[in-house]
Every structure is written in C-alpha cells, then in structure tokens.
Design a protein around this ligand. Sequence first.
Ligand code: ATP
Ligand code: MG
Length: 360
Amino acid sequence: MASAQQLIGLVKSHAEGDVDRFFDLAMQLSAAEEQKGHTRLAEQLRQWANAGRAPSTSQLPKLTPIAAPRGDLAQFLVASYPAERLNNVIVPAAISDELAQIVVETRLSEKLEEKGLKPRRRLLLSGPPGTGKTLSAHSLAGELQFPLFSVMLHGLITKFMGETAQKLKLVFDAIKTTRGVYLFDEIDALAAARGDGNDVGEARRVLNSFLQFLDEDTGPSIVVATTNLAEILDRAVLRRFDLVLSYELPDATSIRQALERRLIGFSTARLGWTKVTDCALGLSTADVIAAAEDAARRAVLDDRERITTTDLLDSLMRRRSLQGLGSGVNAAKSKSLSPKKSRQPTPVSSQARRRRKGAD
Ligand SMILES: Nc1ncnc2c1ncn2[C@@H]1O[C@H](COP(=O)(O)OP(=O)(O)OP(=O)(O)O)[C@@H](O)[C@H]1O
Ligand SMILES: [Mg+2]
C-alpha cells in the first residue's frame, strides 16, 4: 500500500492543480506496486495517471477549428461540449479501464503511430437502457476535451429518403476533418427496422453505408455507436468495431455507489444497504439515480437531512412498478441469487423502450 505521505502528496497535488506532480506521484506509486508483484493494480494506476494528464498541444493533430455543423449537416448533426468525465460513469472496472485506455491511446496517438500502431477509435457500446452508454460517449468527449457530435440517425432517414447515403458521407467527411467524438446513438434502429414499415429498405441502406464508411474511416475522430440490442447486429457489423463493450444492469456494489454519489450532502449513515440494494437489483443505473433523487426530494420537503431506508425502499419500489418489474424485495432477491442471469442485457421491444425512457 501507498505510504501516508504519498497519499497526502497525491491529494495535495490534485487539490493544487499541479498536474505534473500528480502524474509523477501516481507513476511512483505504480512502480512501487509493480515491484510488489501487484501488476494489475500498477497497470490501472498507470492508465488513470495517463488519462488524467492534460495533452500537450504537440500531441494533438492539427485540424480545422471546431465550427457548428452548417447546411444539410446541421439538420442531423448536433454539436455539444460535454462537461462529464469518465469518473462520472459507474461501471465495472473492466469497462472503465477500457474507456480510460481509449483516452490514453487517443492522447498518445503519435507515439503509437511511430511504431506502426493505431489508437482504437471505433467503439460499440451495447446494453440495456439507462446503463450509461450515452453518458460514456459524452464522458469520453469531456475527458478528451473534444466536441461531441451526435448524429440523428432517425432524422437522417426520414428527412432524406433516398439520399441518406450521400448525407451520411457528409458526416464521415466531418469525422475526417473535424476531430471529435461522433455518437451514432441506437444503431439497432437501423437493423431492427426490417419488416417494420416503409422506410425499411432505407434503414438497411443507411446501415450498409454506415459500415462501409466505417471501414474507410482513418481518423482522427472517435466514433461511438450504441445499441440496446447487440444480439440483432450480425458479425459483419460487430467486426467493424475496434472495441465492443457490454454494459449491464448494475450489481449491488454499483447500485450503492450510484446511490451514495447522488445522495452526497445527505446523511446516509444508518442505511440498511443490503435491503436497499436487494430492492434495486434489476433496475437500471438511471432508475437507481432517479429513485435516489425522489427520496432526496421527499426528505428536503420534510426538512430532513437524513435519508432513511424506508425513503429509499419506497422510491425504489415506485421505480420497480413503473418499469413493470414486480413488487418486490423477494423478486429482487431471487434475481440476486442468479446475478448473471439478471444482468444479461435483455431484448426490449421498441415500445417498452419508449415507455422506459418516458419514465426516466
Ligand atoms: N453507469 C452509469 N453511471 C452513472 N450514471 C448513469 C449510468 N447509467 C445511467 N446513468 C444516469 O442515467 C442517465 C441516462 O443514462 P444513459 O443515457 O447514458 O443511458 P443509456 O445506456 O444510453 O440508455 P439508452 O439505451 O436508453 O440510450 C445518465 O445521464 C446518468 O445520469
Ligand atoms: Mg443512450
């Protein structure tokens, strides 16, 4: 373990905004852990130290200045500058490590390219609604201080029937010339549209063009696609991505983390955490956070700073019933006995998905 002095030094350098000192101390800690044979911990420390390091301007590709999309592009490409950071995303270490590594690879892309390697830039995030896929894309942009460009796939299809491929090409031209994180949210809408109405052929064509452009894409932006239904995407789709991350419903540890973060500023000292997390199993992280906010609102209106177990159980139960998850702790407990099964991303009909989103 790190010495008390090292820990104080680390926190102090962070508090003082001394990035170089923070980086040096983190690397020292990593080296010390490596020597003790704690290879995984050492690797994680190195990753996060690198991810937290501000890129020097020489490490960034020189590109045209960021401008809001214009002309046709403005109709289906929305630019924003997210403030979220990767540590806002509550996911298992395997996923947060990969996301941090993407940040490092992007920042140090020149170093990789000198040795004939490329940073991974095409990501597919799959998993149930409300598990942090869109938030992760925003956080990647926030962490890298890149603009986020959200591609409105649905608008693209309905507005530009028959000429979607040309319009999509405009997006991929932008991907080449304007560095950013480009988010293609819910690409399953394209694949799932089969047999679903008049725009079927068009949706299929957009998907095919998307895959073709993805193949041709050589950087320097990051492309993030998300889906609720990875199982309907065939291997031809999946192999186009450098990294596929499967998000899951939160386990007890993540649920507690989400609740504690959202309830900072309230007293949660005597909470019956096991009861609370049991009751929340099966809900998405978005639902868990919404339940925390609900409980907090009630406490504030009652002039209380303490959140009770009952407050949280009540608000979680309301969320369960809104999501049609059955009432209860028993149902939740039986899920907790087979966590793997309960956390598998389950296919959700588009109608059910809309209902869930409406409830968020
Ligand atoms: N893993 C998470 N960590 C922290 N907050 C989360 C997480 N997942 C969801 N949230 C909260 O819920 C909100 C909605 O999550 P998000 O839009 O990222 O879900 P999603 O996985 O993209 O869902 P969908 O499949 O419906 O698009 C986030 O803005 C955040 O407040
Ligand atoms: Mg999303």
